[in-house]
Design a protein around this ligand. Structure first.
Ligand SMILES: [Fe+2]
Length: 209
């Protein structure tokens, strides 16, 4: 539900053109699927926002969630989420993959859409479990499990088990913040060339509220 489980700010950055141009121009990228056998798609690069831009974003996150403190953690196994990364993913590189983010590593996740001319339907979706008889079930991963794959003891979640309940459209300079244990996914991707793919900045925070 908007304002309780997720929050939207349609003008999060004061100068989105500068951020978008700078992020498209990153020169060092790590490659994911389908080029490399990684669980994440497209390509990514650290350092999406500069410290002052990130501080302004975090001030808004604190305001709407009531958190007094936000931070990042590293799991004992060394796992860390890609906080403040740019992600660039083309239309043919992946599709929706409903999942929850690790409860051990974050309480909130967020995305800023940075493609100036996006496909509106390639935003972010939230899902509920759909049973074979069509009835709908839950949409969160609860303690003690870190994520749904761990809770269910599987390596991948079946696409047909999910009903898309809410889709937040992709709009330039929109930030979507959500509780990371909600089942979610990119709704879709778009673009074929470097400068017209779905570009986002992604964030993960632990929080005291
Ligand atoms: Fe996620």
């Amino acid at each position: 539900m908007l304002g309780r489980d997720f929050w939207v700010n349609d003008a999060i950055l004061p100068d989105p053109d500068a951020v978008s141009r700078r992020c498209f121009a990153h020169e060092e990228w790590e490659f994911g699927a389908p080029r490399k056998p990684m669980p994440w798609p497209g390509m990514r690069s650290p350092g999406a926002l500069l410290p002052d831009e990130l501080a302004a974003v975090e001030a808004w996150v604190k305001k709407v969630t009531g958190a007094k403190r936000l931070w990042q953690v590293t799991a004992p196994e060394g796992h860390q989420l890609n906080h403040n990364y740019v992600q660039l993913v083309g239309g043919a590189e992946s599709g929706p993959r409903p999942h929850t983010d690790s409860r051990k590593l974050c309480r909130y996740a967020a995305v800023i859409y940075l493609s100036p001319d996006p496909l509106a339907s390639a935003g972010t979706s939230f899902y509920r479990l759909r049973y074979p008889d069509g009835t709908l079930g839950g949409n969160i991963c609860s303690p003690p499990h870190a994520n749904l794959r761990e809770a269910l003891g599987v390596t991948g979640l079946p696409q047909e088990a999910w009903h898309e309940e809410v889709m937040v459209e992709n709009r330039y300079n929109r930030m979507l913040l959500y509780r990371a244990n909600l089942v979610h996914s990119a709704s879709g991707y778009f673009g074929t060339g470097h400068d017209d793919k779905r570009m986002t900045a992604v964030f993960f925070w632990m929080a005291d509220a």
